[in-house]
Every structure is written in structure tokens, then in C-alpha cells.
Design a protein around this ligand. Sequence first.
Ligand code: BJ8
Length: 431
Amino acid sequence: MTDTPFEVKPHPEMWAGLGMDVPRFDKARQMLGEVYDKMYISQANRPTAMQYFDDMVSEIFGGRIKEMLAVKEKGKPVVGTFCVYIPEEVVVAAGGVCVGLCGGSQGSVPDAEKILPRNICPMVKSAYGFKAGRICPYFQVVDFVYGETTCDAKKKTWELLDRLVPTHVMEIPQMKNKRDKTLWLEEVHEFKNKVEEVCGTTISADDLAGAIKVINNKRKALQRLTRLRANSPVPISGKDALLIEQIAFYDEPVRFAGKVNGLCDELEERVKKGTGFCGGDTPRIMVSGTPMALPNWKVHNLVETAGAVVVNEESCIGTRYFKDLIDEGGSTIDEQLDVLTDRYMQIDCSCFTPNDERIDQILREYKKSNAQGILHYSLQFCHTYNIEEIKVREACEKEGIPYLSIESDYSPEDVGQLQTRIEAFLEQIRG
Ligand code: BJ8
């Protein structure tokens, strides 16, 4: 910790060049810096390798944007996505950049509510609002975005988003039968064709093999981090781990994997020495449910401020993103896209029916992470996760797992009530 307050660095000239609402965005930048200082920099016992991720946040609206602009100057695309079903390997194979655009901030919700209904998922509203209000440099940089048909809120919003930025949509099957795989494979081929068309290039089998390796390595590094969190005392806070999982969606993948592995080396040393982020008797919580897009740190902050630690995120910004790898053995484009599709079909999003493999996965992760309770988190108005929560609760009851379900949005209004419920849950775990 230093005495200089943490700052998210301003880049007003670049933002103006990107057509942003600079005065308004600059206020959001300052607020993000203050929140980060309070929630992150103030934590005790942080690994020194977190410095890289702090720097990433400091340059979140500058350094990484400049890198993306440099990629565009070479004629390669920057593609925005909102879902882990969009195969980023294809974009990387074309020399482009894939960036996650899911919104995790209340600040952009009012912009969205000028046009979208209020009673839809805050993640969709936040993302749409960032573009509508011109208050996200990533949205301004992308050449086009790729949405999907996972949930109703998303698929209908893409029709409106297309008025603001070129928006393509992949049809995601709702079931996992043979014909669904056929549909998905066709969609993946079409996605590749679109990326090739925009780049004016043809993706070779070597390009795709290289990209599959790069993204597999990123996922492997995140798997390693997750395994290290199973130790007691846990060597890193849940907040820091969540931040890394969020940064995975916008950092350069090779550099990111290297930095995560560097952090894991340090964490291994900590484990050997018995150094923890907190004491070994701290209650260990696994969070499961809807993704928490940057800067949504609300639940992790509440749990860890209440004296517990989050040891796993069963979520798309979490293990659902990196638990499965792509077989690297494919030698032709067709073979590679086939195994790629197999890997993506394993994602157990609640948009699928039935989706019982997610329940099994939650129980597996609970055991592996040595957690002592599950906190199910659902964003407001996310029907699929809200309803699937019933099966998660039943499974926890059957297994005797302490369980708490919360539904929330990005506003601070429910913080007091959530805090009370989380504290009561931790009391139950402490016994
Ligand atoms: S694979 S979880 S990233 S769809 S929370 S917007 S589902 S109403 S985010 Fe998701 Fe892909 Fe599934 Fe993962 Fe809709 Fe629900 Fe909002 Fe959601």
C-alpha cells in the first residue's frame, strides 16, 4: 500500500477521438478509482503479483484501448461479445481481439432505461447503456459485436443495439441433442466466415491451432489459480480472484496467462509457508450463479467484509469460462471447429434445458474448493438462473450444504439487507 490514492488514468484526447461523452465518462473514471482504492488496494496480505492486475485497472480506459487501436490499424478486427459461447479462438486465429462487453455498472443503467424496459436484467441494461450513453471506450473501439440467443433480454436487445453498432447474432441451441450440435456447428462456421470477411483474410488450420493453444493456456492458468484457492489458509482473496477472472475478458491472452501463472507461482510459495490472505478458520464460501461483470464486486465485498472468504465462482466469469479445454489434436479446419463445438457445448448455462449437469458441477466444485457453504447469486429478472436456483437449493439441502440464495442488481439500495442476510448465513456456518 502507498499513500498515493489509486487512480484510473484519464485519456481525454483519445476518448474524444473515439466519440465519447468525455466529461461524463471522466466522472465515472474517478469514481471507479475511488471504489477500487477502497475495496481492493485497502486489502491486507495481497500477493505482490497483484500489482499487474492493479495496473490493468489503472489503465483500463487507456493502455489496453491503445493496444486495440493498434490491432485495428493493422486491418484486424476488434470484436465485442457478451457471452462465453462466442468462440474467441476464431477471432484470435484471424489476428483480431475479442473483448467482453457485459456491463457490471449501475452508472449506465439510466441510459438504457430511456429506451429498454426497467424490468430486465441489469447486465443487459448496463451493456446497452454504455453504448447508448457513449461512456465505454471498449464499445467505441469494436468493429462489430456478436450477440447470442441465450436469453430473451439479450436476444431482443441486440435488435436495438444494431442501430448503434453493427450487431450480429449467433443462434445458441436450447438443448444438447445431436441436432442441436449440428445447428451450433453451422453457427460456428458462419461466425468464422464473418470474421474472415471483415478481416479480408482466410483462417488456416495452423492459425486456428495456434489460437486454440493460446486460449487453452489462458484457461489452464485460471484453472491453476482456482486449484490454489482450495488450500487453507486460502492464499488470495475472493475479490482479487474475481478481478482476475474479469480481466480475462479484455486482456491480451498470452500476456494474461503469463501473469496469472506468475501469480500462481507466488501463491504456491505462500501455500508452502502457510501464508494466507486470512486465517485458516475463516468461513469459506463458494459463489454460484449469474456472471459478475466488471466492476460488479458487490457480493464478494460484502462476504469478505463480513469476515469470510470466497473460494470459488461457479459462473461464466469464473469456472464456467475455463473448466473445459479444446482438444488440440484437430489438423483440418473442419476437425478443429468440430472439437471446438464439442467444448462449447459443455458450457452448462441455465439457458439450456435440461441442465442437470450444472447441478452436478456445482457439487463437484463445492467439494474440490473445500467450501463450507454455497451462496447462489442471481441477477434480478434473470429467469433461467432464478428458476434453476430451485434445483440448486434442493441439491444443497440433500447434501446438507449450508445455502443462501440472493437476487440483486447493481444499485446500492439492497446492500444493508444483503449484509444482514450474509452475516446470518456466516453465523450458521460458524455454528
Ligand atoms: S453462457 S450465463 S454469459 S448467457 S444474467 S444476460 S442469462 S438475464 S449472462 Fe450468460 Fe452466456 Fe449463459 Fe454465461 Fe440473460 Fe441471465 Fe442476464 Fe445473463
